[in-house]
Design a protein around this ligand. Structure first.
Ligand code: SIN
Length: 496
């Protein structure tokens, strides 16, 4: 007789501090239950690891009310006090990197090492924002009116509602919430339903750090019920969102009725350009770093590798070797380079894009298949070459572990091909020629250009796109400024 199958161990057992596992929404400083519950599953195993309360529209309304009330006092706190609280939050995040990374890997699958990196990256936005809180200031102005003085002040926008994605369940929360709180705003956050646990753990740490009740609220549940409350409330003055361009447009339309400010970080279609004078080995390593981070599920991921003809063969050869060496698997297993996709629908979508490319004549040089035998939502690290620039693979955001290479003759063709997209988030250029560095970085219609650098995001630099890739910037002084209103004051009757 066969031995009975053992139930798989829940990866959340790895948490050292079980108090970081929260399954209710965080509203007005307390944990709020909801009627229905939804399941959170580990995409590497499809195992349900937790059930979270859905607080629905009622929870969203309560959170907005709590944030509105808290705003009346938080807006008046000294920036030094806000900085102190944010520093304490940062310290607690850094003390709990292990546990926060466990939550990230368990609910969205990225390798544990990468998850630890994300937590540190995310903590950086809290630290930066704490410092920046003290540097929010206005200017004195010349005025044309005799006996007058003019100046500007920067004030918090008000209650901000943010909707964050599952691909960086920690860093996308801190990149929005920390600068908002630094500016004196209060926040209602709705995390992706796939990854609520990371956001809830951040809320628990915010509470422990002394963030006052109502300043930071997290509501979990269905977007269809919660979204319209957030976009429709008069008390919410700004909507922040990271996710697809399609959903961003819906939110923008909904926000238009209340003329709310929007900050949108949307889809991309990043060209990764390799010029004929590039260090080809470095470029191949760059493609792998950019493309296969988070299994290709980032908005800034290299979507089209455009190689100048002279170096294309060498690049493809170097890439094939590197892509074949990548080891997919459960993010908690040793030696795993790339984790699963977020769910089975994502696998089916990526597979359809690769099949479409193959049918159109593209060559599959590595991977090109689902990895169902790994027991989760896995797709093989894949390298595709050719098939034409009008493939769906080249025109739409792949959001999966598929690098696709296309060839181009010269700088003029490369610029035209790279810009031939409605998106404009990140672009990458590999070249050793300083003239090309300037010409290309100026000619590319993208919000960020990495030159001989495969990753662009950091707490101190502006992150965001042009065209249909979004509005606004996160990170650096710009990320904090986004949550402030500029007010002009004119003082008349000044003697002398
Ligand atoms: C994203 O994919 O939206 C964020 C990527 C990053 O911060 O590098």
């Amino acid at each position: 007789m066969n031995a009975p199958e053992r139930a798989p161990v829940n990866p959340l057992e790895r948490l050292k501090d079980k108090g970081l596992l929260k399954t209710q929404s965080f509203i007005g400083g307390g944990w709020a239950a909801g009627g229905a519950r939804f399941a959170v599953a580990n995409p590497a195993t499809r195992q349900v690891i937790a059930e979270v309360d859905d607080v629905g529209a009622a929870g969203a309304k309560a959170a907005v009310a709590a944030a509105h009330q808290a705003f009346q006092t938080w807006r008046k706190t000294s920036p030094f006090e806000r900085a102190k609280v944010l520093k304490a939050w940062h310290a607690l995040i850094m003390e709990n990197v292990h546990d926060l990374a466990v939550l990230v890997t368990a609910e969205m699958g990225k390798p544990f090492r990468e998850a630890q990196g994300e937590v540190v990256y995310g903590a950086g936005f809290v630290d930066w924002s704490a410092e920046e809180a003290k540097r929010i200031h206005g200017e004195t102005l010349p005025t044309p009116f005799p006996g007058s003085r003019g100046w500007t002040i920067r004030q918090p926008v008000g209650v901000v509602a943010c909707i964050t994605p599952w691909n960086f369940p920690m860093a996308m929360v801190t990149r929005k919430c920390a600068p908002a709180l630094a500016a004196g705003c209060t926040m209602v956050l709705k995390p992706a339903p796939e990854t609520p646990l990371s956001a809830l753990a951040l809320a628990e740490l915010a509470k422990r750090a002394g963030v006052p009740d109502g300043v930071f609220n997290v509501v979990c549940g269905e977007a269809e019920a919660i979204g319209p409350v957030l976009t429709g409330s008069d008390e919410v003055r700004m909507i922040g969102f990271t996710g697809s361009t399609e959903v961003g447009k819906i939110l923008m339309r909904q926000a238009a009725d209340g003329v709310k400010r929007v900050a949108l970080e949307l889809g991309g279609n990043a060209p990764f350009i390799v010029m004929d004078d590039a260090d080809v080995e470095a470029a191949a390593a760059g493609v792998v770093a950019s493309k296969f981070r988070v299994s290709g599920q980032t908005c800034v991921s290299a979507n089209r590798v455009i190689a100048q003809e002279k170096v294309a063969d060498r690049l493809v050869e170097a890439l094939a070797e590197k892509v074949k060496a990548l080891k997919p698997g459960d993010g908690f297993a040793e030696g795993v380079d790339i984790g699963p996709l977020i769910h089975d629908e994502a696998v089916a979508r990526v597979d359809a894009l690769v099949r479409g490319a193959k049918d159109a004549g593209a060559k599959i040089l590595a991977g090109g298949r689902r990895l169902d035998d790994l027991g989760g939502a896995f797709y093989a690290p894949t390298l595709v070459e050719g098939g034409g620039y009008d493939l769906d693979l080249a025109c739409f955001e792949i959001f999966g572990p598929v690098a696709s290479v296309y060839r181009a003759r010269d700088e003029a063709e490369i610029i035209a091909r790279a810009n031939d997209t409605p998106y404009g988030l990140a672009a990458y250029v590999y070249t050793q020629d300083i003239g090309r560095v300037h010409r290309l970085s100026e000619a590319l219609d993208f919000g960020m250009v990495g030159v001989n650098a495969p990753m662009v995001g950091s707490p101190s630099t502006p992150f965001g796109g042009v065209k249909q890739s979004g509005i606004g910037r996160e990170g650096g002084k710009w990320g904090v400024e986004e949550f402030t209103e500029l007010k002009y004051v004119l003082l008349g009757g000044v003697e002398g």
